[in-house]
Design a protein around this ligand. Structure first.
Ligand code: FES
Ligand code: FES
Length: 151
């Protein structure tokens, strides 16, 4: 029996250990904030935190999450008031919205390890998160604003 703590709650799982974590989050737990984009760890739509690190859940087998702590967009802040969620709303970042939970989870991982990122840090950290709507300038602005707010 595998045990995975997701958004503060321990879940038990005895299914296929090779199943991607994303399937479990979306299909079993019905937490649909985390999106399926490419399924190949190329777009970042499925990004969650695994023991605090931004991780592509579409390519992470359940066996690799056993004993670990996972945070999805639903668990980022209990009041949906993480500094990034506030700055995202203030800057009207999303367009279609599809990529945005992955973008926020990637950015949250960046700010947790580097509270004052410069432009190059942001570009490096966010380069694997694709937005087909091209919201990149607003994403960058919102990350800077959240970093300022956190000082
Ligand atoms: S869906 Fe996982 S990286 Fe694209
Ligand atoms: S907001 Fe549409 S894909 Fe990013």
């Amino acid at each position: 029996m595998m045990k995975i703590t997701i958004n503060g709650k321990t879940q038990e799982y005895d299914g296929d250990p090779a199943m991607p974590l994303l399937w479990y989050i979306r299909d079993d737990l019905k937490m649909t904030g985390t999106k399926y984009g490419c399924g190949m760890a190329l777009c970042g739509a499925c990004t969650v935190h695994l023991d605090g690190q931004a991780t592509r859940s579409c390519q992470l087998p359940m066996s690799a999450a056993d004993g670990k702590t996972v945070t999805t967009i639903e668990g980022l802040d209990e009041n949906n008031a993480h500094p990034l969620q506030i700055s995202w709303a203030e800057e009207h970042v999303p367009q279609c919205g599809y990529c945005q939970s992955g973008q926020i989870m990637q950015a949250a991982s960046l700010l947790a390890s580097n509270p004052s990122p410069d432009d190059a840090d942001i570009e490096r950290a966010m380069s694997g998160n694709i937005c087909r709507c091209g919201t990149y300038p607003r994403i960058k602005k919102a990350i800077k604003k959240a970093a300022e707010a956190g000082k």
